[in-house]
Ligand binder design. Structure first.
Ligand SMILES: NC(=O)C1=CN([C@@H]2O[C@H](COP(=O)(O)OP(=O)(O)OC[C@H]3O[C@@H](n4cnc5c(N)ncnc54)[C@H](OP(=O)(O)O)[C@@H]3O)[C@@H](O)[C@H]2O)C=CC1
Ligand SMILES: [Cu+2]
Length: 449
């Protein structure tokens, strides 16, 4: 009881070394959350920019005031801390620093700090939160504070502080994990890089293929200039093909992994690294495929209002009138066109559904079986519908792009492998190699999805 009332009446004091951007934002947030803040600075007289209510003193004086000391100073300037080592004995030192590049130093900043001040307990935290996010309240920014350290009581203290500042604290293990935490702010969409490269290369390849085949060939053989087709026609040729190939790439690694398991006769062996990496970016491949599919839909919708298309229709109609001819209705053509559009619409509809279920808020509300059903069964149906749509188009224009053949092959093998793997797994389960809930009986690890 006395402990509680003491806590309520006497706010905890937190010390911050460094009065730069980060130190000031953190201090302000701490003050707003009811903490006392003291700054340790090289120039304690200069307190104009500091948040109201905080105190500023020399490093040694400030360290005596609090049990938790945030080191909001760049790593290159950590040197002065070794002279304060005795004053920092038994304190919790919080390393918030980041580096400009990866691999700049042999050890992480937090481990270096721990070596400089061996008597203190170092916790790595808050480095993934920007000064701006601290000031803007964190509500619209990343609300997770990742932390790591060797002592759980020190980590608990930091978790309490993070929580009272309105963040969710996530424990990432011992101080050895500090290097990983320091790498996080330096990453630039790591899971998007491979899918984006694939998308760019494929688009470029298909675009130049179509350019040569349609525009350049026409120019060379008939001397006709149809370069205006680059803007809509060629783009609308490249986008659907890229979308479909990317969607196939999204399902192909699952099939390859299945093959590999069948080949090895066991699922205890690790997949090769490239397959692992490929499997990890399946969601990004699928989302990019959806984006290209969406572009294809937009480009298709503008076809009737294009100048070129209206011109062609007018010329044709006038020529019919001039020659006194009628335009016969072709029942077969009507069937073909309507089937082509309907397959496309259904495929795209399912594709959007797949995209929606990959949103974390939606996928969290599905159980594992429901998610798998949507992502694998509906995924295959989407792939099939879109491929039939492409084939109808190719058939109508007597144009069979090599990629389309590749896609069909992928579609055919993927469900076959999937069902075969499922049957073999059921066999393994019957023999007691795996448990009925889809986990290894030995390791209790989930099976590959
Ligand atoms: N800014 C941000 O958004 C984020 C920053 N960080 C980390 O926080 C730390 C501070 O960043 P930031 O505030 O932006 O940097 P600033 O350059 O704005 O501030 C650094 C502060 O360190 C102190 N300092 C500078 N040189 C020395 C020295 N030779 N000896 C002792 N103290 C020194 C100074 O305080 P004084 O004059 O009072 O001594 C200075 O204000 C960095 O390690 C950074 O990686 C982490 C996440 C986000
Ligand atoms: Cu289409």
């Amino acid at each position: 009881m006395t402990d509680l009332s003491e806590k309520m009446h006497k706010p905890e004091t937190v010390c911050i070394f460094g009065t730069g951007d980060f130190g000031r934002s953190l201090g302000l947030r701490l003050l707003q959350s009811g903490y006392n803040v003291v700054y340790g600075s090289r120039g304690p007289k200069n307190s104009l920019l500091l948040p109201k209510g905080s105190k500023v003193m020399t490093h040694a004086e400030a360290a005596c005031e609090a049990r938790v000391v945030f080191v909001a100073v760049q790593r290159e300037h950590y040197g002065f801390l070794s002279s304060l080592a005795s004053g920092l004995e038994g304190k919790v030192l919080v390393d918030v620093s980041n580096n400009l590049r990866r691999g700049l130093y042999p050890e992480s900043n937090a481990e270096y700090l721990s070596r400089l001040v061996p008597g203190a307990t170092v916790v790595k935290a808050f480095n993934t939160i920007s000064a701006w996010a601290l000031q803007s309240g964190g509500l619209d920014a990343n609300r997770q504070v990742l932390l790591c350290g060797d002592r759980s009581d020190a980590k608990q203290q930091l978790m309490d502080i993070a929580q009272s500042l309105g963040f969710t604290a996530v424990d990432r293990g011992s101080l050895r994990a500090a290097a990983d935490l320091e790498d996080l702010p330096l990453q630039l969409f790591p899971l998007w890089r491979l899918p984006l490269n694939i998308a760019i290369c494929l688009t470029a390849f298909i675009f130049f293929y179509a350019l040569t085949r349609d525009v350049i060939y026409e120019r060379v053989t008939n001397g006709k200039d149809i370069t205006f087709r680059i803007m809509v026609s060629l783009a609308n040729k490249a986008f659907p093909i890229v979308s479909l190939v990317m969607l196939s790439f999204c399902y192909l690694p699952g099939a390859l992994a299945g093959f590999l398991q069948l080949y090895n006769g066991t699922k205890y062996r690790r997949f090769p690294d490239w397959l692992d990496r490929w499997m990890l970016c399946r969601k990004q491949l699928g989302l990019l495929a959806l984006a290209f599919g969406f572009l294809h839909v937009l480009y298709t919708l503008v076809i009737p209002i294009r100048y070129y298309v209206r011109y062609r229709i007018n010329v044709y109609t006038i020529s019919l009138v001039k020659d006194n001819k009628t335009y016969e209705f072709d029942n077969m053509a009507a069937w073909r066109y309507d089937s082509y559009y309907s397959m496309g619409i259904l495929g795209f509809g399912l594709f959007v559904l797949l995209g929606i279920t990959s949103l974390p808020s939606v996928s969290n509300s599905l159980n594992w079986r429901e998610f798998r059903f949507v992502q694998s069964k509906l995924g295959y149906i989407t792939l099939l519908l879109c491929t039939v749509h492409t084939f109808l188009y190719a058939y109508m224009l007597s144009l069979v792009v090599p990629c389309v053949v590749l896609i069909l092959k992928l579609i055919l093998i993927t469900p076959c492998v999937d069902s075969k793997v499922t049957r073999i797994r059921q066999g393994w389960e019957r023999q007691g190699k795996t448990s009925a809930n889809g986990r290894d009986t030995k390791t209790n690890q989930p099976l590959m999805a």
